[in-house]
Design a protein around this ligand. Structure first.
Ligand code: FES
Ligand code: FE
Length: 431
């Protein structure tokens, strides 16, 4: 019945999305099964697991996973559940181990996920299991894990597309953010709860530059950003595969990044990418389903222009609850002033204390409350996703990056594609 209702009412190509989908519990369950149970999901950056034995614990939908570098230096992802009776195996957020010992009965697993050898794997093994244990059957449940430019992704799907195919055209833009130089995560990712479904923030970063002039207008009055229309100049990109982004550009002669990094950028990017990087004023985007990336507007701190890189995931906890994960990354070889001011910029703009986040969160929370109420309406309520239908796309001479590119930011084409991919996933029968 729900699948029928979705098929009839979700009409991205007509710019119509029904309100109930924002927080419907049945929709949420389908998302958990058919998106978070199958799609590639971002889990962290290789700099977070630098050594053999390093690990962090992360989320894939409702599930907790271990991202660990084995003693062979390979990064793997495991369901964080002991194969004996399912107890959480790694209870810390991060650490460095030779092996994981379950806190319940003491079953022990190596850094490659293997149940350890006889007399090491289980306490009192000879007397408790005189007939022996099937060690292969006790191997930790392992996800498919692949890495792009230091970004660690995993999926539970054994047969789905490769990470390369899934990311597709968005790789060109990720190169600008994380491929341009050796990057490292500053500290650990922050986490906080927001009373909204995961999709509202994800689609906002995919496609919604329009809100900035209104929802964030206060920040221009504080002089944190220049002019209330700071989100207008630039390009909207429907990247494909449900990924979308917006690029703001500046027209200053000078690029803003530290000159010390220029050689490294040039060595890692092609000529088009380097030129684009030099002109980026801001870049917001989301790779389906819930991986957000952001270069915020450069702001002035202590008289110097500074920007940075933020990565996010929006983890579904309940139809109206999302856990935000937020990483701040910086170029490892950047001068100290850039690193120091970058942290200030991060805390002031997009973070648990970020002023942009305060604006956005209030909106998502209110939309969620209203959607909860709309669940009980008899008549279907449709929301408007019709901005910039049938606009012409730019060609390569006007914008070098891949995807369908639109001049200016008054388009929601990427948002409509996000919803098309989303709907197709939800209606895909169990594999
Ligand atoms: Fe892990 Fe029993 S649940 S050892
Ligand atoms: Fe915003």
């Amino acid at each position: 019945e729900l699948e029928d209702r979705l098929r009839k009412t979700v009409q991205p190509e007509q710019g119509r999305i029904p309100f109930f989908t924002y927080t419907d519990p049945g929709v949420h369950d389908l998302e958990i099964e058919r998106i978070f149970g199958r799609d590639w999901q971002f889990l962290g950056h290789v700099s977070e697991v630098p050594n053999p034995g390093s690990f962090v614990t992360r989320r894939m939908g409702r599930e907790n996973v271990i991202v660990g570098r084995g003693d062979d230096s390979v990064v793997r992802v495991f369901l964080n559940a002991c194969r004996h009776r399912g107890m959480t195996l790694a209870c810390e957020d991060f650490g460095e181990v030779n092996n994981w010992r379950c806190p319940y009965h003491g079953f022990t697993f190596g850094s490659k996920g293997d149940f350890l050898g006889t007399f090491m794997g289980a306490p009192f093994e000879r007397v408790a299991y005189p007939e022996g244990l099937d060690r292969d059957a006790l191997h930790l449940i392992e996800a498919r894990c692949e890495i792009y430019q230091g970004l660690i992704f995993a999926t539970w799907s054994k047969s789905g597309p490769s990470l390369d195919d899934h990311l597709g055209n968005v790789k060109w833009y990720l190169d600008l953010l994380v491929g341009k130089a050796e990057m490292e995560v500053v500290g650990h990712p922050e986490r906080w709860m927001v009373p909204t479904g995961w999709r509202l923030p994800a689609e906002n970063f995919t496609s919604d530059a329009y809100h900035t002039a209104t929802a964030h207008s206060f920040l221009s009055r504080l002089n944190m950003v220049k002019g209330a229309d700071f989100g207008r100049e630039g390009y909207h990109v429907n990247v494909g595969n449900g990924h979308g982004l917006g690029v703001g550009v500046h027209f200053d002669e000078e690029s803003y990044f530290p000159k010390e990094l220029e050689d490294e950028y040039r060595a890692n990017l092609d000529e088009d990418q380097f030129r684009m990087l030099s002109r980026i004023k801001n870049l917001h985007g989301n790779a389906f389903p819930n991986f957000t990336f952001l270069v915020p507007n450069f702001i002035e701190v202590e008289g110097r222009r500074v920007t940075g890189l933020m990565l996010r995931t929006w983890q579904p906890v309940a139809p109206n609850q999302t856990q935000v994960w937020s990483w701040h990354l910086v170029e490892k070889n950047a001068p100290e002033w850039w690193k120091k001011l970058g942290k200030r910029m991060y805390t002031q703009t997009f973070s648990s204390s970020g002023m942009f986040d305060q604006d956005d969160t209030e909106v998502w929370e209110a939309q969620t409350r209203m959607s909860d109420a709309a669940l009980y309406r008899e008549e279907e309520v449709f929301l408007h996703y019709g901005m910039g239908m049938d606009l012409p796309t730019l060609d390569k001479s006007e914008f070098p990056g891949p995807g369908d590119v639109y001049d200016g930011k008054f388009s929601e084409e990427a948002g409509r594609t996000f919803y098309r991919v989303w709907l197709d996933r939800l209606l895909e029968a169990k594999k």
